[in-house]
Design a protein around this ligand. Structure first.
Ligand code: GTP
Ligand code: MG
Length: 206
């Protein structure tokens, strides 16, 4: 897919304030600092469209971007950010889970996982929650440039084996680097294919 246009639409503090759900929407989710905003920029070939930071907890609202005037990409706040109060963390979790459960036009969630780490409980629990709630999702491993290629691949396999303990089938998986812009075209390809399918089948979200 060629990115002809990518514009920031708005930031919303709750799902009810998001743009009208009239176009297919794809969202990036994952732990704070996993690289959601960076990967969005890498994928769209835009430097600073989504705000990034070395300090976890940068993205605190639901940010909508309109791509090629025909689909939305959403940058969500990270979950599991330890350095905020428990009640604030609960507020973020609520914001995220309400958005995921209520957003009518959400077609697929990309769950980002840091490729450097062994499977973490918080991510596995989130993935399980997606399954329980019938949320379509893919898994995107991030920051692959920080590892030797063979180690990155081995970590992905290890993760998949962990998932196979609970899942019969594995979701689509991508190994990416925002820094090197790797794996992002594959994600765009998936989005193109899905948009074409929705169009062909006259799916609208009203
Ligand atoms: P929150 O908005 O706080 O939830 O974080 P986020 O998931 O949006 O992460 P963000 O994109 O802000 O990136 C966090 C840090 O990781 C930044 O310092 C990025 O430069 C770095 N980073 C993100 N992706 C990559 C990558 O692919 N390679 C490398 N080397 N660093 C990355
Ligand atoms: Mg962010």
């Amino acid at each position: 897919m060629i990115i002809k246009s990518a514009e920031f639409v708005k930031s919303s503090g709750k799902w009810q304030d998001c743009p009208l759900p009239d176009l297919p929407e794809y969202a990036f989710i994952g732990r704070s600092n996993v690289g959601k905003s960076s990967l969005i920029n890498g994928m769209l070939h835009r430097k600073d469209l989504a705000k990034t930071s070395q300090t976890p907890g940068k993205t605190q609202l639901i940010n909508h971007f309109l791509i090629n005037e025909n689909w939305y990409l959403t940058d969500l706040p990270g979950y599991g950010y330890a350095r905020v109060s428990k009640s604030l963390r609960k507020d973020f979790e609520k914001l995220i889970t309400n958005y995921i459960l209520q957003r009518k036009n959400l077609v697929n969630l990309f769950v980002l996982i840091d490729s450097r780490h062994a499977p973490q409980k918080i991510d596995l629990e989130f993935i399980e929650w997606c399954g329980e709630n019938g949320i379509p999702f893919s898994i995107v491993f991030t920051k692959a440039d920080k590892l030797k290629p063979a180690v990155a691949v081995a970590n992905v396999e290890h993760y998949q084996n962990e998932l196979l303990k609970a899942w019969e089938d594995l979701p689509e998986t991508y190994l990416t680097s925002a820094e090197k812009r790797e794996g992002t075209d594959e994600i765009l390809k998936f989005i193109t294919k899905t948009n074409e399918f929705l169009h062909k089948n006259h799916v609208n979200f009203d």
